[in-house]
Design a binder for this molecule. Structure first.
Ligand code: URA
Length: 245
């Protein structure tokens, strides 16, 4: 891929566009061992070698982060100079993925009060494959339910329930972890309709009181991430996701 030198460096977190332009004009940047002072110089991201202040900077076209989304924030973003998630009421930023590149976005959405796995990337093709309704990518949720979840609910979810759409939901796998006045369940769905898990339980007369996403496709939430924390995906996680389906 061919891109401008200043974009290359800004994408790789070396500063804002204007910061990297200054560094370039000061002679701090070498391309293939030659000092380059024009920020608009076009580079080949695959073959050119870039040194920033003497340190080699490789170019990653795509970046992938796993965020453990806390409750209380929505998964819309602002692109100022990093990815921020916003508190719903005032849309004030409260989470920052400290990367300078501006093209990162959350792959899919979670409700304000839902916690758990949120993939953040700039890979539009992967996002399309994970989110496209025709791909039926599995999403696994853990939930606490007000009321007793029964075998009839398991069967109803397997058949599909009416959540007010034209068609019933696709078959979903409900596993009851604990049944009682408050039940605990794990639910695997292969759709992503608005408030889908909550509406499925509403359809059987129950209320979700806590919801957390554990898995999306092959990607499993790293439970060592506290709410609000994130990490880059491993190469294996990226490969598994990219070759999924
Ligand atoms: N289903 C819901 O009801 N809410 C979410 O955030 C995700 C799935």
């Amino acid at each position: 891929m061919k891109i401008r030198l200043d974009k290359y460096l800004a994408d790789m977190g070396k500063g804002t566009r204007s910061e990297v332009k200054k560094a370039i004009s000061k002679g701090l940047v070498r391309v293939n061992n030659v000092i380059v002072k024009k920020p608009e110089t076009k580079l080949d991201t695959d073959s050119d070698h870039v040194l920033f202040d003497g340190v080699l900077v490789g170019y990653a076209q795509h970046e992938y982060y796993m965020l453990n989304k806390p409750a209380g924030v929505i998964s819309a973003t602002e692109h100022v100079d990093c990815v921020r998630l916003l508190r719903r009421r005032w849309r004030t930023p409260c989470l920052i993925i400290e990367r300078k590149r501006k093209d990162l976005f959350p792959v899919g959405r979670l409700d304000r009060d839902t916690e758990g796995l949120l993939l953040i990337s700039n890979d539009g093709e992967l996002a399309h494959r994970l989110l496209s309704p025709s791909k039926h990518v599995d999403k696994v949720y853990y939930a606490k339910i007000d009321g007793e979840v029964t075998i009839e609910d398991v069967e109803a979810f397997q058949q599909g329930v009416d959540i007010g759409k034209e068609k019933l939901t696709r078959p979903a796998k409900l596993r009851v972890l604990k049944s009682g006045t408050q039940s605990e369940i794990e639910l695997t769905i292969c759709e992503g309709k608005f408030h889908q898990v909550k509406r499925m339980f509403q359809a059987v007369g129950k209320e979700v009181v806590y919801l957390k996403r554990l898995q999306m496709g092959t990607l499993i939430l790293d439970e060592s991430l506290k709410p609000g924390e994130y990490r880059e995906l491993t190469e294996q996680e990226i490969a598994d996701l990219c070759f999924y389906q």
